[in-house]
Design a protein around this ligand. Structure first.
Ligand code: IFM
Length: 478
C-alpha cells in the first residue's frame, strides 16, 4: 500500500506550476453522509428515505445499501490523515439529518451532533477547513411519511434542523452549504423515481424543487440570524446545454433543458424569480409557486457551489439517436415539461458512468454564470469521474481520472483568467463510495476503498492531486 509519506514526497519533488491558481484557492475533496458514513443504525441515527429505498427490491444495483459504506463514521481519523497527506485545505462532507434529528423534527440526537463536532475538530487540527452540506438527499423517513419535499412543511422542518446543527457547529464551521443538487433530489426522487423515495409524481416533483429552494432560503435566514460572520450558499448541479443542430426544434429543446436543469434553480436563488419561459412550459403541470416565497429563496449568498460533470446535447426532433441521462432504471422521465426532448450522444469519450467528457462545458458554465447573474464567489463543489476499477500492483493506475481532473482544472483556470470569481475546487470524491442507484459498482474516489476490509489505498490520482496542490497549480499542458 502506498503510504502518506509517498504521496507527500512525490508532491514535494515537483517544479513550480506553469498554470498557477490564485493564492488562497481552496483545494478540496467532497463526500456525502449516506455515501460514506455507514453506521446506519448506530448511536441513535434514524432511518432515511435512502435506507428504505435500498431495501426495496430492484431499486439499487446488486441490492447494495449504505449500511456500512466506507465506514467513515468509525474511520474518519484515518480519512482526515489521508486528506492532510494529499494536502487538502478543505473537506466538503454532508451532515446526515436522520443522524442528528432522527424524526426530522423535534429532539436532536446529541451523539449525532457530537460525531460532527469530533470530525470538525479533527479537520481543524489537521489544517483542513470543514465545509458541511446540510442536505445531500437523506431525508428522515418520518418526513417522507408525512409527504416529503412536495409538502411545504418539509422546508420549515429543514430550516429548524439547519438552525439546530448551526447552533452545535457554528463556532467551528464557517462555510455552510444548504442543499446539494436540488434538481436530483426533486426530479430523480419524485419524477423519474430513480432515487429515493422513488415516487413518480411530476406535479409533486415541481413542488419538491420549489420547497427545496424555499428550505434553502429559510435555512440561510435562520442560520445567519444566529451568527452573522458565517458564509452561506447552496450547491447546484449545472450542465452545459447545446442543441444537436441549428434546427429550431433543437434550439427549443436546449432552451427547455437549460431551463429545467440550470435556470429553474439559478434564477430564483440569484435573481428572486422563476424564468417566464420555464413557468410557461410547466403550466400544464399546474406549477404555480407562491410568489411571496421568492424573496425568501433569494437570500444574499456568500458563495455558490457548482457541481459539474458533463454537457447535455439535445434535440427536439423525433428519431435522433439518444442516450439515457442518468441511471439504467429510469422508466419515467425526470424532465418534467420537456418530455419530447431527446439526449443525443456525440461520440466523445465517456467516463464509466457513460457521461461524455467535456471540460470546455465547465468553462462555459462558469463564464455564463459570471456574465448573466449577479456576482457571487463561486466554488466547484463537485467534479470528478467514476469508473469500474480494479487495483493493480498495490495501487490503482487511474490515468483516465487524472486526465479528466487535469482538463477540468485547466477549464477552471481559464475561467479565472476570464474574470470569473472562482475561489476553490472540490473533487468528487475523496473516497470510493455508494453511488446511489448504481450501488458500489462505480468508483469516483482519489482513494480506493476495499469494501471487504475497509482498507484505503491512494490511487495515482491522489498523488497527482497532491502534486497539483503542493505546486499551487498545473504543469504546462506539454
Ligand atoms: O455521487 C454523486 C453525488 O452524490 C452527487 N453528485 C454527483 C455524484 C456522482 O454521480
Amino acid at each position: 500500500m502506498t503510504s502518506l509519506n509517498d504521496i507527500t514526497q512525490q508532491a514535494g519533488r515537483d517544479a513550480a506550476p506553469a498554470v498557477p491558481f490564485p493564492a488562497g484557492f481552496r483545494w478540496g475533496a467532497a463526500t456525502a453522509a449516506y455515501q460514506v458514513e455507514g453506521a446506519a443504525a448506530e448511536d441513535g441515527r434514524g432511518p432515511s428515505v435512502w435506507d428504505t429505498f435500498c431495501r426495496t427490491p430492484g431499486k439499487v444495483l446488486g441490492g447494495d445499501t449504505g449500511d456500512v459504506a466506507a465506514d467513515h463514521y468509525h474511520r474518519f481519523g484515518e480519512d482526515v490523515g489521508l486528506m492532510s497527506g494529499i494536502g487538502l485545505n478543505a473537506y466538503r462532507f454532508s451532515i446526515s439529518w436522520p443522524r442528528v434529528q432522527p424524526d426530522g423534527s423535534g429532539a436532536f440526537n446529541q451523539a449525532g451532533l457530537d460525531f460532527y463536532r469530533r470530525l470538525a475538530d479533527a479537520l481543524l487540527e489537521a489544517g483542513v477547513e470543514p465545509w458541511p452540506t446540510l442536505y445531500h438527499w437523506d431525508l428522515p423517513q418520518p418526513l417522507e411519511d408525512a409527504g416529503g419535499w412536495p409538502e411545504r412543511d418539509t422546508a420549515h422542518r429543514f430550516a429548524d434542523y439547519a438552525a439546530g446543527v448551526h447552533a452545535a457547529l457554528g463556532d467551528r464551521v464557517r462555510h455552510w452549504t444548504t442543499v446539494n443538487e436540488p434538481w436530483c433530489a426533486a426530479f430523480l426522487g419524485y419524477a423519474s423515481g430513480e432515487h429515493a423515495p422513488g415516487r413518480r409524481e411530476p406535479a409533486g416533483s415541481l413542488m419538491a424543487a420549489h420547497h427545496l429552494l424555499l428550505g434553502h432560503g429559510l435555512a440561510v435566514q435562520a442560520m445567519r440570524d444566529r451568527l452573522p460572520g458565517n458564509r452561506f450558499g447552496a450547491a447546484v448541479n449545472l450542465y452545459a446545454v447545446s442543441p444537436a443542430t441549428d434546427d429550431e426544434a433543437d434550439a427549443d429543446a436546449a432552451r427547455r433543458i437549460d431551463g429545467m436543469q440550470n435556470r429553474l434553480f439559478l434564477d430564483p436563488l440569484l435573481n428572486g424569480r422563476y424564468p417566464e419561459d420555464v413557468l410557461a412550459d410547466l403550466a400544464p403541470h399546474g406549477f404555480a409557486p407562491d410568489p411571496a416565497d421568492l424573496p425568501v429563496i433569494n437570500q444574499p449568498l456568500d458563495q455558490l457551489g457548482v457541481n459539474y460533470y458533463t454537457r447535455h446535447t439535445v434535440s427536439g426532433r423525433p428519431g435522433e439517436a439518444t442516450q439515457a441521462v442518468s441511471s439504467p432504471f429510469s422508466a419515467h422521465s425526470p424532465w418534467v415539461g420537456s418530455e419530447s426532448v431527446r439526449f443525443v450522444t456525440r461520440g466523445r469519450p465517456v467516463t464509466g458512468m457513460g457521461w461524455e467528457i467535456d471540460d470546455r462545458g465547465l468553462h462555459e458554465v462558469l463564464t455564463r454564470l459570471h456574465r448573466e447573474y449577479p456576482a457571487v464567489p463561486l466554488y466547484i463543489t463537485e467534479n470528478g469521474a467514476g469508473y469500474d476499477e480494479t487495483p493493480d500492483g498495490g495501487t490503482v493506475h487511474d490515468a483516465g481520472r487524472i486526465a479528466y481532473l487535469d482538463a477540468h482544472l485547466r477549464a477552471c483556470h481559464d475561467a479565472i483568467s476570464d474574470g470569473v470569481p472562482l475561489r476553490g475546487y472540490f473533487t468528487w470524491s475523496l473516497l470510493d463510495n455508494f453511488e446511489w442507484a448504481w450501488g458500489y459498482s462505480k468508483r469516483f474516489g482519489l482513494v480506493r476503498v476495499d469494501y471487504a476490509t475497509q482498507r484505503r489505498t491512494p490511487k495515482d490520482s491522489a498523488r497527482w492531486y497532491a502534486a497539483v496542490i503542493r505546486r499551487g497549480g498545473l504543469p504546462d499542458a506539454g
